[in-house]
Design a protein. Structure first.
Length: 289
């Protein structure tokens, strides 16, 4: 056997091992993040913040929406949205626990699925321009978003998503403009927002469906049900649909239902389909810290 053919055989063998490892991961490799682990991480972040003497942003954040964010709001002509005096309070910091159903899947190697654990967490911190929320579905799957409270309403500044398949992590951050909740919005209001990186853009259309009461551990919570539809373009393409029930008082997510389907071109597998569908329901209004 020539040196060149031997090297080719070695590369082929290594490739088979990598694919096999990825196959095993997809079939059974997922690591839940316990509530205790989320609380410990939150405590560590708080200690770092205290050591660095980071002040918690006040209710009137220094952040002001730029022109692009202001222009992103598109309200139905039949609905009047007015600015409110001041901003609404931030939710209490800590780890919120959610009852979760659903999971994600890819169509490579015959297709495989990860079931999300029955209990996941959203960690809330008063940081960034106002509020940072991190949802941990698995160690291999989490989202983080930074939002700001302004007199004009709640604005989304950035989103970060992490996925790990085949032992390789994919971390993506998109910078955002536009409102999540414009001040004074009412059922029937609609508006737009946008998140983008260098190679991917997500264009969102949001609509206030109506005020709805949601039960949380025997307590009725008044929420605004917002329906979100998004179009993904660029390096990835696809669609996302979300329904979010946010607390009328603080905006904390009380219930969320999300579906996302995207396609991308991978070096080994070619065009790959990713699909995620899940629902989260808050189990207690009191965070753990």
């Amino acid at each position: 056997m020539s040196r060149r053919s031997g090297l080719a055989s070695l590369i082929a063998a290594v490739s088979v091992l990598i694919l096999a490892a990825g196959f095993v991961y997809l079939r059974g490799g997922s690591t839940p993040v316990s509530v205790g682990s989320a609380v410990e991480r939150y405590r560590g972040q708080r200690q770092v913040a205290l050591r660095e003497d980071v002040a918690t942003p006040g209710p009137a954040s220094r952040y002001a929406p730029d022109r692009a964010e202001a222009e992103a709001v598109q309200v139905d002509a039949t609905t009047e949205v007015t600015s409110a005096d001041g901003v609404r309070p931030l939710p209490a910091e800590g780890v919120y626990v959610y009852a979760t159903t659903g999971g994600d899947e890819v169509d490579v190697l015959g297709g495989s699925r990860h079931e999300y654990p029955a209990e996941t967490t959203i960690t809330v911190r008063h940081a960034g321009c106002g509020l940072v929320e991190r949802w941990d579905a698995l160690e291999e799957r989490w989202d983080e978003r930074e939002s700001c409270r302004t007199p004009g309403g709640d604005t989304l500044k950035r989103t970060t998503s992490f996925h790990e398949f085949f032992g390789r992590g994919d971390l993506r951050t998109l910078q955002c403009s536009g409102f999540t909740y414009p001040a004074g919005f009412q059922p029937g209001s609609s508006w737009a927002s946008r998140c983008a990186s260098e190679n991917t853009t997500v264009s969102l259309t949001l609509r206030a469906v109506g005020w709805e009461n949601v039960d949380v551990d025997g307590q009725s919570v008044r929420t605004m049900h917002v329906h979100v539809e998004g179009q993904i373009t660029g390096e990835q393409d696809g669609t996302t649909v979300r329904d979010v029930w946010g607390s009328a008082d603080t905006g904390i997510v009380v219930r969320e239902r999300s579906t996302l389907t995207s396609y991308s071109n991978q070096p080994v597998f070619g065009r790959t389909r990713y699909h995620e569908s899940y629902e989260n329901r808050l189990t207690s209004l009191d965070p753990r810290n």
